[in-house]
Design a protein around this ligand. Sequence first.
Ligand SMILES: C[S@@+](CC[C@H](N)C(=O)[O-])C[C@H]1O[C@@H](n2cnc3c(N)ncnc32)[C@H](O)[C@@H]1O
Length: 225
Amino acid sequence: MKREIIQTSDGSSTIYIKDLDEHYHSKHGAIQEAYHVFLKSGFFPFLKNNKIEELSILEIGLGTGLNAFITFIEAENLELKVRYDGVEAYPVSMEEVKLLNYVEELKVLDKQSIFLQMHESEWETYQFISENFQLKKRKQFFDEIENINTFNLIYFDAFGARVQPELWEVSIFQKMYNALKANGVLVTYAAKGSVRRAMQEVGFEVERLPGPPGKREMLRAVKKG
Ligand SMILES: C[S@@+](CC[C@H](N)C(=O)[O-])C[C@H]1O[C@@H](n2cnc3c(N)ncnc32)[C@H](O)[C@@H]1O
């Protein structure tokens, strides 16, 4: 399917798939949404509530690499060790990566080479992006994920249920639940009642939180240990 790079309302880029009429991020602001849903509602609260030496993160839909990049920036500020698995079945091309303006919009021009390195790094093995940050890009379909008790945090960033309803069902959330360690947390931009109920059915405790601009609510699910 043809992908197009477009600009969202906060000035940051995203990818638009015309055939699906679906964006990779909120059109109200890609960076704004990524920080709100994954960092402010996932990464920071998790670190506040849990004392850990190394944070392990699974991202469902690595896409443009924006979530991985902002996690890298914040983890470096905290001198935190991170192991980051990004699952993606349809990787972006380097031509597309070069059109994304995240380094400029985040005002981290000194990290241009890191953003490129994340995309150019080898797939299927952990690669050191810095001394503290390891990235493993996994070219895989989400329903092939078989990790057990592996991650502290899941960034669940699949396309919406309108275009891929099968990714928001009990069978996928069961895999997510299994992949988390005790007290692990899953965050997602979605807020639908059917999604919340599917999460609860597999054992998650689910909270509704304020959503990013343009969205009333989002969900955070905890695997109680
Ligand atoms: C909402 S976008 C992810 C946005 C991404 N987190 C970012 O910051 O750019 C959803 C991603 O899931 C990928 N995808 C769609 N269906 C998939 C599947 N069944 N298995 C694995 N990846 C899939 C798409 O290629 C796309 O990159």
